[in-house]
Design a protein around this ligand. Structure first.
Ligand code: TPW
Ligand code: MG
Length: 540
């Protein structure tokens, strides 16, 4: 079998369902094999950040491998930021890069797309991926491919696979199939006993579900466990959107002082907090970390479980949850846990639109037509999304890069066929909104809610004043038609409701709803977030 075929077959065997990419001369040979072999469909995008964000979203959405295929140098280095985000947010992203052939690199000439040395790119990717391989030997290639992909699945972080262009058609053996490590159930059971004791001893036990729950496909199991225990569950900010279709006693998303009081108290007053797969980041805990007594927490993350003064270094999240399910019993009195309340029934009128109206209008549409998966960019759109009914959400909740909104939506649709709702600010749309032009050729039809405040408004909330936060009026709605979609600009709640109705009715193309917002109008969550940050810095 040709080396490139072996690679794509191995990806498919491990759950990848498509490839996002942009070719280049160092990548043409393997792109040709991808197309001819038809092992996985290829979706081309317009700019490599879009490739990275789309592939990352595909992997996050179905908890399988996302695949980004690019060329050497100019292509791969364009993807640094999305891959870095995937690394810290634990997304199972496989980066495939073409590279100069073995003989080319020995001729002593500077090669185009090369930086300092031929392996400069490899070294850069070492810093943002958890495994790196160069397939420059037909004998070792199958083993190296297996190692890289299995590490990607086990750690749920990006890996880097470099394919010299003269290697792609070399004859190689099949890649060994995925052999997951056997979990150490004895250690997991001992750990589970201790975790359960910890929860039972607490007056106010609470479980925080983090993003690893989704990454490792554990939502149903967690719902089963938490229903058996009857302990309230919150998600971290980063994990917002998980458990949307599972029957768990979910009370909301923990946002510290930026969130709702019920959720904040359940977490911060808990004397037995169990954090399952939660990233300990400033965005997850920043606006009140000191309120949480970390010594009273148990933290399962990165294939280890940590108590205050000791840890179980080899207990995976899956093994811990399996072991807990074996012994789980209801804890304390079966209290009714308050379900989160979201704004609904938007009054359609000629009033100007504020961000909460958008959440309200979306909730009304979801109630009428059913929920959609959401891809949100960074900006107030993401804080507004906290007021939308819990549904699958792909968003940069930790690393916080602008740019993923539109391409991540395309990644969701390319991966699942589901129509996504995309939420994006005007600043972020200026970065990657153009990827929408790729919808028509693939029959994709996202609904895009563009929050146009003609401003980098989130920055303005942190530093009021400077004029450089002002953005020009780009008239985005007018750009939709030539890109193959329908565009409309709305300024009143009545126009918003009408535009949403039209978008839901017409599934033939993408709909771009350009929602005009006054500068200074921000969501409830961002408002609380800003006030909390100000209060914390004033008290220092
Ligand atoms: C790749 C820094 C964080 S939020 C923001 C910037 C520039 C403004 C976003 O403007 P937008 O949304 O999209 O109009 P809104 O609601 O605030 O008006 N470059 C990158 N990522 C980040 N996070 C920044 C800069 C930033
Ligand atoms: Mg803006």
């Amino acid at each position: 079998m040709q080396l490139a075929e072996a690679l794509f077959t191995a990806l498919k065997d491990r759950g990848a369902t498509e490839v996002f990419g942009i070719p280049g001369d160092f990548a043409l040979p393997y792109f040709k094999i991808l197309e001819d072999s038809k092992i996985l469909p290829l979706y081309t995008m317009s700019h490599e950040p879009g490739v990275g964000f789309a592939a990352d979203a595909a992997g996050r959405f179905n908890s399988r491998l996302g695949v980004a295929a690019v060329t050497y140098g100019a292509g791969a280095l364009n993807m640094i930021n999305p891959v870095a985000q995937a690394y810290v947010e634990k997304s199972p992203l496989v980066v495939i890069s073409g590279a100069p052939g073995k003989l080319e690199s020995q001729r002593g000439l500077g090669l185009h797309h090369q930086v300092k040395r031929i392996d400069s790119q490899y070294k850069i990717f070492e810093e943002i991926t958890c495994a790196q391989v160069v397939l420059d030997d037909a004998k070792t290639a199958p083993q190296l491919i297996a190692q890289a992909l299995d590490t990607c699945l086990e750690q749920s972080r990006p890996v880097y696979i470099e394919v010299p262009r003269d290697m792609v058609a070399e004859d190689v053996d099949l890649v060994p199939s995925y052999q997951p490590d056997k979990p150490d159930m004895e250690a997991a059971r001992a750990c589970a006993e201790e975790v359960l004791e910890h929860l039972k001893a607490a007056k106010q036990p609470c479980i925080m579900a983090g993003v690893e729950i989704r990454r490792f496909g554990l939502e149903k199991k967690l719902a089963e466990l938490t229903s058996m225990l009857g302990v309230p569950v919150v998600t971290s900010f980063m994990a917002r959107g998980i458990l949307a279709d599972a029957d768990a006693p979910l009370i909301g998303t923990y946002l510290g002082l930026a969130g709702t009081e019920d959720v904040r108290k359940a977490v911060e007053r808990s004397d037995g907090l169990l954090m399952l797969g939660v990233i300990l980041s400033d965005t997850n805990f920043g606006v009140s970390k000191r309120e949480i007594d970390m010594r009273a927490c148990v933290h399962a993350f990165d294939r280890a479980v940590n108590f205050a003064h000791h840890s179980y270094p080899s207990v995976t999240l899956a093994a811990l949850i399996d072991a807990l399910i074996e012994i789980a019993k209801p804890i304390g009195e079966a209290k009714k846990h308050p379900a989160p309340v979201y704004p609904k029934n938007l009054k359609a009128s000629d009033s100007p639109i504020v961000p909460t109206d958008i959440a309200c209008a979306v909730n009304d549409m979801f109630a009428k037509y059913g929920k959609m998966p959401i891809a949100s960019d960074m900006g107030d759109c993401l804080f507004t999304a906290m007021d939308i009914e819990n549904t699958a959400l792909i968003a940069p909740g930790y690393y916080a890069s602008m740019g993923p909104g539109v391409p991540a939506g395309l990644g969701i649709q390319g991966n699942s066929g589901k129509r996504p709702l995309i939420m994006v600010g005007d600043g972020a749309f200026q970065m990657t909104g153009w990827e929408l032009g790729n919808c028509r050729q693939y029959g994709w039809n996202p609904i895009v809610l563009l929050f146009n405040n003609k401003s980098w408004e989130m920055l303005r909330t942190f530093q009021p004043g400077p004029d450089y936060h002002n953005l020009d009026d780009w008239q985005f709605a007018n750009m939709a038609a030539p890109m193959g979609g329908a565009g409309v600009r709305v300024t009143t709640t009545q126009e918003l409701v009408t535009a949403l109705e039209e978008a839901f009715q017409d599934t033939s193309r993408f709909h771009l709803i350009e929602i005009m917002l006054e500068r200074g109008q921000i969501s409830n969550t961002l408002n609380r977030f800003v006030n909390a940050v100000k209060r914390i810095s004033a008290s220092k």
